[in-house]
Ligand binder design. Structure first.
Ligand SMILES: C[S@@+](CC[C@H](N)C(=O)[O-])C[C@H]1O[C@@H](n2cnc3c(N)ncnc32)[C@H](O)[C@@H]1O
Length: 365
């Protein structure tokens, strides 16, 4: 099976230098028993690494984009060769004046292609951290440096991250944050045209329905009022281009050693999910990111069917939708059980707030 999106989008450079999907929500939903075989889309690699906390026997990591696989290769080198403080400095969570040295150290055992890939990006790593040098992060940086200052003062931006109760959060968003400049900026910056040009490949919007700005506005309200923004590392990075006290799961100090010890369990398979599911191998859990959204409904149904064929009985399939609706296709409803309660719990606390749907489906035993 060939991959539909591969024919349309340009994957030459890093698109996501860090993973903008909440690994806490992902691993809570997957909840596989120790010893499982898991499959994960790579993207920047952080969630495949976080899945090691589930103590699987192995994780097969796939991605169409070699640039994205290089993000995981760098991380693997960084876990092996750096301590935690150095790791978060290299990634850009923390300020650092020694990223060049840390990059060299992290790449000590890297293959030629990985070394060349990252040496060509050294200036960006030094300036923004390895987690800041993708197209998506550039887009957020442009937002933070050029757009946000036109709308809010530094004090108002920092005030988002002061802990307060729900009622006070609601008042902050309604009275202080949602001024007319913010509303105007949202409609301009999140137009399809701007997002397609600056952040996401235009091909990705082929199947998206509704206004991006309205969707983002609703999700920001959820993140800032229903959830507690003061503990949200994704929001913090968007507003500061680095992390505060709170980090994504795979980057936390308390998970560093366990992930390091289990790195051997990661098996990288450059190529599509479609290629993996046609090998005849079977898995107990799948992290499919939001890749279904990038496919037409017909191709989605075909790929979904082959994921079912590559599943052990009771396997769990987890994925997000940003905008386009994707859930078990009609043809496979009798082979799948939707875990509505787990979905609801995940959606309620999802710190990567831009997704409209979170899907958890079990392959019937
Ligand atoms: C779908 S994108 C979404 C990124 C994500 N929302 C994030 O924040 O990182 C994640 C990755 O999926 C890869 N991808 C898309 N379709 C794929 C497919 N059919 N098989 C394997 N990888 C795929 C892309 O190359 C990209 O690196």
């Amino acid at each position: 099976m060939t991959s539909q999106i591969a024919a349309h989008a340009d994957f030459d450079d890093i698109r996501y230098a860090q993973l903008w999907e909440d690994a806490d929500v992902l691993t809570d939903a997957l909840a596989t028993k120790p010893g499982a075989t898991l499959v994960s889309i790579c993207s920047a690699g952080d969630n495949a690494l976080a899945m090691l906390m589930l103590d699987p026997a192995r994780i097969v990591v796939v991605d169409l984009s070699q640039a994205q696989i290089e993000c995981l290769n760098l991380r693997i080198g960084a876990y092996r060769n750096l301590d935690h403080q150095s790791f978060v400095e290299l990634m850009g969570s923390r300020p650092s004046d020694r990223r060049s040295e840390l990059l060299t150290k992290a790449l000590a055992e890297a293959g030629e292609a990985t070394l060349a890939f990252w040496k060509a990006r050294e200036a960006d790593v030094v300036a923004y951290g390895a987690g800041g040098c993708g197209k998506f992060e550039r887009y957020f940086r442009l937002f933070k440096n050029r757009v946000l200052p036109l709308v809010h003062s530094r004090a108002t931006i920092d005030a988002i991250f002061q802990p307060r109760d729900r009622a006070a959060r609601e008042e902050f968003v309604d009275r202080r944050w949602n001024n007319w400049r913010w509303k105007l900026m949202m409609s301009l910056f999140f137009s399809r045209y701007a997002m397609g040009r600056l952040g996401r490949d235009k091909a990705f919007f082929d199947h998206v329905e509704g206004s991006v700005a309205a969707h983002v506005q609703r999700r920001i309200r959820h993140a800032a009022v229903d959830c507690d923004p003061s503990v949200n590392p994704y929001l913090y990075w968007i507003m500061h281009a680095r992390h505060g006290e709170h980090l994504p799961m795979a980057w936390r100090a308390e998970n560093f050693e366990t992930i390091r010890e289990r790195l051997e369990r990661i098996e990288i398979r450059p190529g599509s999910l479609e290629a993996f599911v046609s090998t005849g191998e079977k898995a107990d859990g799948f992290n499919l990111s939001d890749i279904f959204e990038y496919m037409s409904p017909e191709v989605f149904a075909e790929v979904y069917g082959s994921v079912l064929d590559a599943s052990n009985a009771g396997a769990r399939i987890v994925y997000w939708n940003m905008m386009a609706p994707r859930r078990v296709p009609q043809a496979f409803r009798d082979r799948v059980i939707t875990r509505a309660e787990i979905e609801r719990d995940g959606k309620a606390v999802d710190k990567a707030f831009f997704y409209s749907d979170f899907v958890v489906e079990d392959v019937a035993p």
